[in-house]
Design a protein around this ligand. Sequence first.
Ligand code: SF4
Length: 211
Amino acid sequence: MKINEIFKSIQGETSYAGLPCTFIRITGCNLRCSYCDTTYAYDEGTEMPISSILERVARYKTKLICITGGEPLADKDTPALINELLFGNYTVLVETNGSYDIRAIPQRAIKIMDIKCPDSKMSHLMHWQNIAYLTKSDELKFVLHSRGDYEWAKEVIEKYRLSEITKILIGTVFDILSPRMVAQWILEDNLNVRFQLQLHKYIWDPQTRGV
Ligand code: SF4
């Protein structure tokens, strides 16, 4: 598999935020979101067999693993890697951009799926059938760039009754939309979602890689 980076850090997002976590960033992505902060993962990386990835991960000694990208499902070998990690009794989070069929992700892994909002310029590539494959253990993430994105996300949440299906995360594009403003909108609308900040960008310099 082509791996962009493997590192240990504090999980900055999701309901697992704050926990020590080993990240496996897989090279390659089929989308080009307008605000992408991991463009270095489009092509850069080193070929590694799954056995070497497992050895490297074991050295970090965390119980939690996050498979991210890029887009993990762009690599056909990702499900096999997930299965090996589950077999090793890790808790495995898989961050996916929502454009691939998530049934490729083994059941015991936790899916953290994006729904790309209009300002990303990628919402037309969402695989909407995925909503039917989410469970209460999974999490669905909207990253907002504007008030327009917020209104759109609200409509999608209502239309698909998403709060009854899974956990919903709302975050903002870092340094673009004020977290305080979005928190206020959520409170005004009494939206049943979890607002999140990208913790790692507050702990370390936002441009730092490998944290
Ligand atoms: S899906 Fe993620 S990695 Fe791919 S372009 Fe969008 S933000 Fe970047």
